[in-house]
Every structure is written in C-alpha cells, then in structure tokens.
Design a protein around this ligand. Sequence first.
Ligand code: GAR
Length: 198
Amino acid sequence: MKNIVILISGGGSNMQAILRASELREWKSRFNAEITCVISNIADAKGLNTAKDFRVATQIVEHTKFKSFDNPRLEFEKELITVIDHHQPVLVVLAGFMRILTPHFVDHYANKLINIHPSLLPAFTGLHTHARAIEMGCQFAGATVHRVTSELDHGPILEQAVVPVLSGDTEEVLAARVLTQEHIIYPRAIENLLAQMG
Ligand code: GAR
C-alpha cells in the first residue's frame, strides 16, 4: 500500500478535496494508495473533524509544546518526523500547513513533499498573496502545486490554475475564487504522481 500523510493547520478544505477525490476516484484500487493520517500542528484545527468524518486517523503535534527548548523548531520537527514516519508515506502533502520547514525536514522527505500555495509562483511567495496581487493590479491570480525545497514557496511546479482578478475584488472574494481551483488541481497533482509511481 502507498501511504499518504496530509499536514494541515486550519480549515482543511484542500485536505477535504483530496479525501473526497481519493474516495470518488478510487485511489485504493487504482493506485493501491491510501490517506493514512492527517496531522495538525493546531489542536482545534477544523480540518481534524472533517478527517474524522472520512474515518481517517488524526494526530496533533503542537509546535507550541516545544517553546521551552533551545531549538523549538528542530524539536517540533523531530516529533513531527517520528509521527509521519510511523506511516512510511510515499507522499507528504502540505495542505494549508502554516509552519516554515527546515532543510533537515525537507531533505528527510526528498521527492515526497508537496505543497499548495495560493499564488502563481514564482510570484508572491509568503503571506497575503491575494491582497498583494490586488494591490499590484494583477489581472490574473491563481494557485500552484509544487515540490517542496528548502527555499520557501519554491520548487518544481506540478500544477497551476489561473483565475481572473475582477474589478472590485476584495482579498476574501479573490481567495475564494482561487480556493475553488485549488480543490481541483491538488487532487489532480497527487493522482498524477501516484500514476507515475506505477
Ligand atoms: C489555502 O489557500 C492554501 O493554498 C494556503 O492556505 C489555505 C489553506 O486552506 N496555503 C498557504 O498559504 C501555504 N503557504 P485550507 O485549510 O482550507 O485547505
């Protein structure tokens, strides 16, 4: 079985789209692949309840628990790696996981770690992508699924979706338009990777 682990921090709508696609498009029988665990760094992330509705195991690794260590980020990642590696995943899917990852973590999951970012990379890495796109007068915005490298929001692009920026768009309206597309391209990118694995 090809195990997939999803990491979230919040609402988990991308995770939900992936879980739904895996059921509807029968990833288990077609690719021998299964989402075995959803892990959140936020204890009350809404997405955890959604994962339970899909009868997927959930785990919480709170980054705040490691505050008192000399190197909190390293200790958090050590724990996260232990929890993830228990599932021996072929893919680790970041779906709104809002922690910056160190090269140690990224290297540990070389060729297995993918992310979705709400912009047309390489434009607008980092936060507030939609507000910045509107402020710059961009006519198009979008989302990117990419492999993760140690440079934030960089890495080979797997899928992109483009949406128009319409006059009068607020950050929220544009974010919602982009999110609808994220829910299409993220499952598709994962499915393509699974197909390539044979
Ligand atoms: C999504 O828009 C995703 O692209 C973004 O967070 C949102 C999570 O929504 N990710 C990042 O900004 C990562 N840099 P969701 O929890 O409903 O999937």
